[in-house]
Design a protein around this ligand. Structure first.
Ligand SMILES: Cc1cc2nc3c(=O)[nH]c(=O)nc-3n(C[C@H](O)[C@H](O)[C@H](O)COP(=O)(O)OP(=O)(O)OC[C@H]3O[C@@H](n4cnc5c(N)ncnc54)[C@H](O)[C@@H]3O)c2cc1C
Ligand SMILES: Cc1cc2nc3c(=O)[nH]c(=O)nc-3n(C[C@H](O)[C@H](O)[C@H](O)COP(=O)(O)O)c2cc1C
Length: 750
């Protein structure tokens, strides 16, 4: 087979090695414009986990790399005058030049024709190759040649960074967060060979411009950074190597192969340097492509198999890199955290490392986080919380006004569509009762409507007629009598999403029979075929506000511990907030303040009836996931207003405003919104959405991304979710008396 690699970086050279090893008869040429000693960048990093892959693929290359490695286990975080060290992380670094030297020699030894100093400007002479490898990095010529087929998209990120080197031998992977009069500077530094370290400086565009670095020469950049980091450099100099300030571009391609051309490494995808995966991904691509070609004789089929195999890993790495780079874009947000929480937050930023993983790597560090968290919980609640050993974060108490929750697990509101004329029945008793016995600290009722017309469906629960109070009281009393859980009522009005079918007969679909007139902020139907709501006039607003007030009084009579007002998911009050559903021209439409006017009127009215000793929460949609809709930054402003009007905690959900929204699902997909609201609006938050493991919950809480973790479907699957978490975490959760025997029972699930 005749193989041409455009580019002799890690991907091109490693692929050449692996193919030549697989079959010495392959004719392989690598065309590289630079001499290896002229290469950009300083060190490259590999985690211990990557090593095994490399060892299996080509032992001599691996062994030579191991001989050159500088290894370290620690991550040091310098922040607000403190240094926190976490160990057990297992990384190895070596100079990019050294790596290229190893790969170049190995390739030549195997008989690969490596042509250094060859700049390819025209691909025509190479089109008759059996494989044309696009290993030519981020600005790939091969990709440009077939860009209509590959369909590249680059997401240019706003932060500025510069790649520098220094002779200071950093003992650990080191992060600095340092302020000067221009703003906050982040440094990512690590030693990659004795006496040689990479030193990346990063800042927001505003900070970078304030320091006039937009006009700086390379020398001026060096001078500026040396003057900024004298203690950090400890007398060592910084060195440059094509060290210009850049924006990071995350590159994605719709396809990685076309005909005989195939992209690998940075030509196909990039991942932010903060997760150190660029070179690793490039070399793993080479492994996957070489293996696919060994398995499949037909080249297009092999290229397809390579792409199919690598996509999931690369997508997942890019997702992790995205969260990580955003963390560094938003670092200013976390600068008031306590050092131990800041460090935990930083280490768990990409969702790849959790409370559990970190406990395996560095038990002492996690114990110090848990101890600190327990102390905070103790002072926040005014109740003693043990600190040796401390409970896992999710089993610490939390106080809202006079309400004390025994732990941080919340059963999310979930419509059951099983009531008749709003009255909860035995189904609701068993549904909520069993979840309370299951150990959660707080159990929410489903969205319960303030009027008959405000129901989503004929099966929704209500708080609008006298019979509802004793029916709810029975459930509230059961929860109080038989569990440590508290119970919250979620009150809402469905607005333009009212008069729809039971979920299993067609979610949000209009009723075929027995419908009723509906109303909303503006006369816009949910689906094009939905009922058109009436635009609410002042009289309607007064009626709805009075309905909320009456329902709140009934909630007091029923004995609920917490009240949540539903301002999310496109229902009536939410329809005022989102510009997608509010087209009003009066004082209730237009500006954000106008759109919040009616929801705030309702909140104010409710707060006067709901006892001052009891907490009020509000569920919001922090993003509409649709053009022109609410964005997370808007949600911060909404939350500030809610806080000023007596809301104690924001339950941060998202979406469901418009039917054609494009949500970005994934693990903990809404938690970043809760995190942002918590820090920027300075109000307690609940995180919800695809939080399913206890380690996710512990991580969210310990990192300070939310105060409570809300789980919906996980609780449908397992009403005893909290008890299972306790069992797994070695924490003792008392059983109710009738189940007392369980205190001596050891469950076995496998
Ligand atoms: C400035 C900079 C510094 C970096 N530093 C580090 C670091 O310190 N650590 C780390 O882990 N990652 C670093 N990275 C990321 C890392 O380099 C890449 O993720 C990784 O090298 C990808 O390997 P690759 O083989 O796909 O591409 P590259 O390493 O980019 O290799 C592509 C090669 O193709 C050659 N080439 C391109 N076009 C042509 C052409 N037309 N003709 C001939 N040759 C051509 C280039 O000269 C280059 O050698 C850095 C990236 C940049 C941009
Ligand atoms: C069956 C079901 C009913 C729901 N009903 C409500 C509701 O009444 N009120 C509400 O705010 N959210 C409701 N939701 C949304 C959940 O409360 C939660 O926000 C969402 O399911 C994401 O959490 P999860 O990933 O843990 O399931 C419902 C979800 C489900 C699965």
């Amino acid at each position: 087979m005749r193989i041409i690699s455009i580019g002799g970086g890690p991907a091109g050279l490693y692929f050449a090695i692996l193919m030549k090893k697989a079959d010495p008869a392959h004719e392989i040429t690598v065309l590289e414009r630079h001499r290896f000693e002229d290469t950009f960048g300083f060190g490259v990093v590999f985690s211990d986990a990557t090593q095994e892959n490399l060892a299996v693929a080509d032992r001599p290359t691996h062994d030579a790399m191991v001989r050159a490695y500088h290894h370290w286990d620690d991550i040091e975080i310098h922040y607000n005058g403190t240094v926190l060290t976490s160990t057990g992380h297992g990384f190895s670094g070596l100079a990019r030049q050294t790596l290229l030297g190893i790969l170049g020699r190995r390739a030549a030894e195997l008989g690969v024709d490596v042509r250094i100093g060859t700049e390819v400007t025209d691909l025509a002479p190479y089109l008759d190759a059996d494989i044309l490898l696009g290993a030519d990095g981020f600005n790939s010529l091969v990709r440009q040649r077939w860009q209509e087929q590959f369909q590249p998209v680059t997401d240019w990120r706003p932060n500025r960074f510069v790649w520098l080197g220094t002779t200071r031998p950093f003992p650990a992977f080191t992060f600095y967060f340092k302020r000067d009069r221009h703003g906050l500077w982040r440094v990512h530094a690590y030693q990659y060979e004795p006496g040689q370290s990479t030193f990346i400086v990063e800042a927001t565009e505003a900070t970078w411009r304030a320091a006039c670095l937009d006009r700086a020469t390379e020398q001026q950049t060096l001078d500026f950074c040396e003057a900024l980091f004298p203690e950090e450099l400890q007398g060592h100099r910084l060195v440059a190597n094509r060290s210009v300030w850049r924006n990071f571009g995350t590159l994605r391609n719709e396809r990685w192969h076309h005909g005989k051309a195939v992209l690998v490494g940075d030509a196909a995808h990039t991942a932010h340097f903060s997760i150190g995966a660029g070179t690793k991904l490039a070399m793993e691509d080479a492994i996957a492509l070489a293996r696919a070609l060994e398995r499949e004789r037909d080249v297009p089929a092999a290229l397809g198999a390579y792409e199919a195999e690598r996509r999931a890993t690369v997508d997942s790495t890019q997702r992790a890199a995205q969260v990580s780079l955003q963390w560094f874009e938003d670092s200013e947000r976390y600068m008031s955290l306590e050092p131990v929480q800041f460090a935990f937050n930083l280490l768990t930023r990409s969702l790849r490392i959790t409370h559990d993983n970190l406990k395996v790597r560095d038990p002492a560090f996690v114990a110090s986080v848990d101890r600190w968290f327990a102390e905070q919980a103790s002072s926040q609640t005014g109740t003693p919380v043990p600190t040796s050993p401390p409970p896992p974060p999710l089993f610490t108490p939390f106080r809202l006004r006079d309400l004390l929750l025994v732990n941080r697990v919340v059963v999310s509101p979930m419509c059951q569509y099983s009531a008749e004329d709003g009255t909860p029945n035995d189904w609701h008793l068993v549904h909520l009762g069993s979840r309370a016995i299951g150990g959660a600290g707080l159990v929410f009722t489903e969205m319960t409507d303030v009027s008959r017309e405000g129901r989503i469906s004929p099966g929704c629960t209500g708080m609008y007629k006298p019979e509802h109070v004793p029916a709810w009281r029975r459930i509230v009393d059961f929860v109080h009598a038989h569990s440590d859980a508290k119970i919250g009522l979620q009150l809402g009005h469905a607005g333009r999403k009212a008069a729809t079918r039971l979920a299993w007969e067609g979610m949000d679909e209009p009723l075929l029979q027995g419908s009723w007139p509906i109303m909303a902020a503006s006369p816009i139907p949910y689906f094009p075929h939905s009922q058109v709501p009436r635009e609410m006039n002042r009289g309607d607003m007064e009626t709805v506000r009075a309905d909320f007030v009456r329902a709140t009084g009934m909630a007091v009579d029923a004995g609920f511990d917490l009240l949540e007002i539903h301002l999310a998911h496109g229902y009536l009050l939410a329809s005022f907030i989102s510009p997608l559903t509010n087209r009003r021209t009066d004082q209730y439409g237009g500006s954000p303040a106008n759109r919040m006017r009616f929801p705030v009127e309702v909140l104010d009215a409710v707060r006067t009836v709901w006892p001052a000793s009891q907490p009020l929460s509000v569920r919001i949609s922090a993003a509409d996931w649709a053009p022109g809709g609410i964005e997370p930054g808007d949600a911060v402003e909404v939350a500030k207003l809610l806080k000023a009007h007596g809301c104690d905690i924001v339950d941060v959900s998202a979406g469901q405003t418009v039917w054609d929204a494009k949500p970005v699902y994934g693990r903990q997909f809404q938690t970043p919104f809760a995190d942002r609201v918590r820090h920027e609006a300075e109000i307690a938050t609940m995180a919800v959405g695809n939080i399913s493991s206890y380690t996710d919950a512990n991580t969210i809480l310990a990192a300070g991304r939310a105060d409570l973790c809300v789980l919906a479907r996980a609780h449908l699957w397992d009403p005893y979710w909290t008890r299972h978490a306790a069992q797994e975490l070695g924490y003792t959760l008392p059983w109710p008396d009738p189940y007392e025997t369980m205190n001596r029972y050891k469950p076995r699930f496998t």
